[in-house]
Write a protein that binds this ligand. Structure first.
Ligand code: AMP
Ligand code: GLY
Length: 425
């Protein structure tokens, strides 16, 4: 099979590594890819939102399967465009990717189908939102821009003044662009957060493995929210009892709800959950692999990923026996100092060869490129994701932190407490 992966971050590098392992893959392309993906795939300079170019490229190169990584093209309808052109594609169509693309949609879906989540109200009028906050709200309270906002459109407000400022930021100043045309105001929940990635074929859902992300930029969960500074999988807090509850009350009902709404979901659903004192609740849905969740989950997948992808597209996931290795994985993100606000890039990266031939330590490239001299240089806020496998989480964490020392670049920044929660388990 000739395969095209759309995207160019750490998640797509992890997908590319899984696909490249398949004997069914004869030629791999990635648009746009990055300097790490270039070792596995031919990178083509097409942006993820250039749907016309992606369609023409796929036709001209007789691509058998396109796998879409990021949220923006999925929510924008890339799958519909490719399918219209007769190209087989893995990912939800636009009418299903809305589960991530509109928080107002996903909250209404959960309410309608009784899926546990925080109590909420949707608003498209800032005056009404302010009135609600002044008369009905209990603090802290959570404000969420409706649309995609790079994981930054969520504000936790401690009091009315902060919430009023939040409405201004989201709905009036439009800090997150048109994402803020609508807003969700929801109850503040407490508890431990876990991520669960799943394969979905329209009717059947099979979960991969649980993971725990570290969204804040600084040690001890301080600083600004980021795309994710590292994570580990599986998380010991996702117990058998939690799994049983979620299968019955969250995973299956969500997939059935989407089908009942005429929006059958084929692809990956990433369930962002909070384990509250009252039980697991949905924080959010994503319509794709997490980044860096993919980097800790995919290296442990034992199936041929292309068999699983085919089953998701064809509605045959019930025929797949999904298998993950017993190993634990920890990923530590090496970022550019200053991320997520302001940072320099273009610094050469040394030591990447230390990962060559290793089967228990991987260096996934997130923001890298080749400079004019052909050197690999930093090219983003998140630069590399260092993942190590171990017999248990502690071993995986020790190995991952050791491996972070194998690479150097100016400006290198990381959190030092990824997986610290393991000690509390
Ligand atoms: P989201 O993009 O919806 O996952 O929100 C980003 C982050 O904001 C989550 O990972 C949580 O840490 C936090 N968050 C979102 N919704 C709530 C809520 N209702 N209560 C408490 N924290 C929340
Ligand atoms: N790591 C969180 C996300 O991919 O949304």
């Amino acid at each position: 099979m000739k395969i095209l992966i759309v995207g160019g971050g750490g998640r797509e590098h992890a997908i590319a590594q899984a696909v490249a392992k398949s004997p069914r893959c004869t030629k791999l392309y990635c648009a746009p890819g990055n300097a790490g993906i270039a070792a596995l795939a031919e990178c083509v300079p097409i942006g993820v939102m250039e749907f016309d170019k992606i369609v023409s490229f796929s036709k001209e190169n007789a691509i058998d399967l396109v796998i879409v990584g990021p949220d923006d093209p999925l929510v924008g309808g890339i799958v519909d465009e490719l399918e219209k052109a007769g190209i087989r594609t893995f990912g939800p169509r636009k009418n299903a990717a809305i589960i991530e693309g509109s928080k107002a949609f996903s909250k209404d879906l959960m309410k309608k189908y009784g899926i546990p989540t925080a109590a909420y109200e949707n608003f498209d009028d800032p005056e009404k939102a302010l009135e609600y906050l002044r008369t009905k709200a209990e603090f802290p309270i959570v404000l969420k821009a409706d649309g995609l906002a790079l994981g930054k459109g969520v504000l936790i407000c401690e009091n009315l003044a902060e919430a009023e400022e939040g409405v201004k930021t989201i709905m009036l100043d439009k800090k997150f662009g048109s994402s803020g045309n609508k807003m969700v105001i929801e109850e503040f929940m407490t508890g431990r957060e876990v991520s669960v990635l799943s394969f979905v074929d329209g009717k059947t859902v099979k979960i991969m493995s649980s993971a725990q992300d570290h969204k804040r930029a600084g040690d001890g969960d301080t600083g600004l929210n980021t795309g994710g500074m590292g994570n580990f999988s599986p998380t010991p807090f996702y117990t058998k009892e939690v799994d049983e509850f979620c299968q019955k009350n969250i995973f299956r009902p969500t997939v059935e709800a989407m089908a009942a709404e005429g929006r059958p979901f084929h692809g990956i659903i990433f369930f962002g959950l909070m384990l509250t004192p009252k039980g697991p609740r949905v924080l959010e849905y994503n319509a794709r692999f997490g980044d860096p969740e993919a980097q800790v989950v995919l290296p442990r997948l034992e199936n041929d990923i292309l068999d699983v992808v085919d089953a998701c597209i064809d509605g045959k996931l019930d025929e797949i026996d999904l298998k993950f290795s017993d190993k634990a994985a920890v990923c530590v993100v090496l970022a550019s100092d200053g991320y997520p606000v302001k940072y320099e890039k273009g610094f050469p990266i040394e030591g990447l060869e230390n990962f060559e031939g290793k089967d228990d330590a991987f260096c996934f490239h997130a923001g890298t490129k080749f400079d004019e001299a052909g050197r690999i240089v930093t090219n983003g806020g998140r630069v590399l994701g260092i993942t190590a496998l171990g017999n248990d989480l502690k071993e995986a964490r020790k190995k991952a932190y050791e491996a972070t020392e194998w690479v150097t670049f100016e400006n290198k920044y990381m959190r030092h407490d990824i997986g610290k929660a393991i000690d509390e388990a």
